[in-house]
Design a protein around this ligand. Sequence first.
Ligand code: GCO
Length: 464
Amino acid sequence: MANFLAFPKNFLWGTAASAYQIEGAAQEDGKGTSIWDVFAHQEGRTYLGHTGDVAVDHYHRYAEDIGIMRSLGLNCYRFSVAWTRILPDGRGQVNAKGLDFYDRLVDTLLENHIEPILTLFHYDLPQALQEKGGWPSRDTAYAFQDYAAVLSEHFSDRVTWWITHNEPIVTAMMGHLSGEHAPGIRDLVCTMAATHHLLLSHGLAAQAIRAGARRDLQVGIALNLNPVYPARDCDEDRAAAARYDMLLNRTTLDPILLGKYPQELLDLAGPFLPTIHPDDMEIISTPLDFLGVNYYTRAVVQHNPDVPLIELNDVRPTDSSYSQMWEIYPRGIADLVLRIWNDYHPRQIFLTENGVCVPDGVDFDGQDRDSRRIQYLQDHLAELHKVFEAGVPLIGYLVWSLLDNFEWALGYDKRFGLVHVDFQTLKRTIKNSGFWYRNVIRDGGFTPQEFYREIGVNGDAKGS
Ligand code: GCO
C-alpha cells in the first residue's frame, strides 16, 4: 500500500480567486470602470460575449462563500482587490464603500480563522489609467504605488499576507501582444514597456506596503511559471527550450530576484524596452518574504526558424493527458519548484495557484463527481511532497479556485472550481474534489490512490 504523504502542521491550505472573475456588482457602491469592464463588453472579445457584470455574485454572497471555505477547513484564502472599488479613477479620492466591502470580507475571514491573502492587482486596471497610457506608461507604476499605500494603511492591521501582482507576464503578453486579454493591444513596444512598468510597480508597491504597515508583513508576488522541455533530444530544441524559458520565466524571475534582465532578453528585445532609470532594477528587486508560484502545465518546444524573433513553436506531446486547456504534467511542478530554489533561493515559496478545468456537472443525486480534478490535485501534491523531502521551504498550496467562475476570454465555459456554480441560479454545490481537499486538510496529508485512469485510443490504461 502506498505511504501516507504528510504535510507540515503549519502548512497554508487554501484557494485563490480574483475580483473580476467572481465579484460581479460591476457598477455598485461607487466602483469605477476597469479595463475588463470595457473589454468584456466589446464585440468578439469573450466566449459568447460573456462578462463579469454579475460573475458568481461573490460581492453579495461572500458570507455564504466563506461558510463553504470554513466547512472545507481552509486556513487561508487568496483574493484580489478591485482597484476601481478603492480608487474609481485609479488615483485621487478614496471610495469608502469600496474599503467597506473588503473590510467585511477580511473581518468575516478572520472570524472564521481563515488568513486573508490580499492580491493588489489581478488584471483589472482602472479604465481612467488606461486612457492615460495604461501599463506602457511609467506613470501607472506610480499610481499603483499610491494605491498600495492606501491599502496598506487601511488593511495591514489585519492582513499579514500581501501579493503585489498576479502574473505580470500575462498582463504584458496577453494584454499587449496577443490582445486576448484587456486592453486588447497587439504591439511589441507596448508589451516591453508594460513588462518593465509592471515590474517597477511591483517593487514600488512592495516598499509602500511595508512603509504603511503597522507590524511585520509577508510580502510577495505571484508569477505563472512553466518549466520548458525540448521536444526532441537535440541541441537545436534544447536551445529553443532555453530561449522560451528565458522569455516565459526569466523575464520576471531574474529582475525580481537577481535585479537584472537576462542578457539574452536584452539581445533579443533590448531596442523595444523603455528607458530604464538608474534605480529601477534595485526597486524591482526589493527583497521579498516569499515567491508565489502559479503552476498549471509545462511547455514543450521545438526549434522553428520560420517563427520571427523567437524561432520556436510549442508542440503537444501525443502520449500525454490533457484537460480542456492544457497538458496535465504533474512532474513539472516539482521540476519547477526545485529549479527556482536552486537558481534563485527565495526566502520561501508559496504555491499560489494550481488547478484544472475539466468538464463536470451535478448528477441526478446532487453530486458532482469530478474525479479527474481529484486525480490532478493529488498527483501535483504528491510531486510537491517530494520537494519538501529535498528541503525546499514550501509554505502553502492554493487551489485555483474555490468556485467555478469567469475564465477571462473563455467566459463561463471553463470550470476550475472545487465548488460547482450553476451560472443561472448561482447555486453552489461542493464537488467531490472539494470534499477530497477537505479530508487532505483535516488529515494533514493523504495516501495516494487512483481516482481516474484514462484509457488510450488503443484501449490501454494511460499513466498520468
Ligand atoms: C491566470 C489567473 C487566473 C486564471 C487561472 C486559470 O492564470 O490568468 O491567475 O485568473 O483564471 O490561472 O486559467
